[in-house]
Design a protein around this ligand. Sequence first.
Ligand code: 6PG
Length: 502
Amino acid sequence: QNCNIGFVGLGVMGKNLALNLADHGYRVAGFDLDTHKVQDVLDTEAAERPDASADARIIGCSSMEDMLSNLVKPRVIVVLVPAGNPVDAVCHSLIDAGLEADDIVVDCGNSQWTDTIRREAEYKEKFKFFGTAVSGGEVGARFGPSLMPGGDADSWKYLQPMWEAVAAKVDENGKPIVSNTPGKPVTEGEPCTAYLGPNGAGHYVKMVHNGIEYADMQLICEAYHLLRSLLGYEPEEIGKLFEKWNQGVLNSYLVEITADILQQYDQKTGAPLVDMILDSAGQKGTGRWTSISATQMGVPAGIISESVYARALSTLTGERELAANKLVAEVESGDIEAEEVEKAIEEALYCAKICAYAQGFQLMRAAQKEYDWTLNFTDIAKIWRGGCIIRASFLQKIADAFIENPQLENLLLSDYFADAMASKQTGLRKAVVLAAQSGIPTPSFFSALAYFDGYRSEVLPANLLQAQRDYFGAHTYERVDAEPGEKFHTYWQEEGRPERKA
Ligand code: 6PG
């Protein structure tokens, strides 16, 4: 009865998070319906720490009751099962197994934030439901993920020490401190976790993380596509170029792994491995949720949405094959200086990335009003500096921008990013022109430029749009010379076009 934390679900993420906690000295009671998974985590602990048999920190449980009986009170139970109904099924089983009102159930899956809000309210009388989104994949879970907790503030005090111990760490410059050796966890540095707010706040922030992840990935893919199609570079060459870019402002985990991917060859055919992979992208839903949430709240997050659509379009493999034969592009080609194109694409990637993050943070600003949260954007940028999939040195700059002005409305308005856009936007414009002239699809680059130009436009043609709405639907409009909120309607087709206050 002396375990600090229980686990329901010992799949890859559950197992690795449990091992991570054990590395930090916590005692874990693990349960999974699949007894092989329970045995697997015990075997792994024993293999990783040969001294573990004398001092095993993970114990295997045969039932939820067994697990609960091994935990100190209030009991903390991590649930790591597929998002959706399985989470509720586990909650009900835990209630049946004897969970008490002070016990804390932590959903560490990629749950939809609305489910977390609902669950927190629904289970209030039975136990405390808490959300903690985990980013960083299986390696992150094992050696230091970025953790995005949200839920009952009182429960946080029980979770905080454990979450801070197992989370990824960064040094005083915001650089990740990495140790991927079992039994030798990183114990110094600033942990990549912070309490984000009540109920669904953590899962919402993770969802936006994933929306940004979609945009980041798509933008890198578009840069690759341009380099390959415009300059005829081979994957390995592009991989080397990405390696070089990774030394500068684009330094990030996703650029790093892309450089690695592009330099790998297929063992069977000897072709670049990327060329042997079907160009049809999967998605589990978090990017789509981000896009839907932005649309629902009227927040312009076009780059994220285009990244979702780009995946959708990629899956139309059969149709694309037909269309490739039927639809011909009228393209212009000219002499292009390779070095100049490389520079333009590098700058385009950086500018579009800034715009994508601007959209993600704008979205969270809207969500905090909608859901009555007080999100700390400095903390969010900081906990994304290490452990998670979008980790990048760039996030320190975002944190700095919010430290300077916590009320910053849009990242583009910070001096640092305004200057970056001023000095590098030529590259984005050039890349978009080249893509358009050559018929290379770069939807997220296009969208980023349109967002930047739209956001910096004092005058937009929405006046004409309002007139159209009023013309066919009497939807009314505001006048530039009247009080804000005063509505007018024009009888467009009547003689003299009489205007009335609506
Ligand atoms: C992370 C990842 C992780 C997962 C995505 C993949 O932060 O660790 O985002 O959560 O890899 O959900 O999403 P798709 O399958 O939709 O690409």
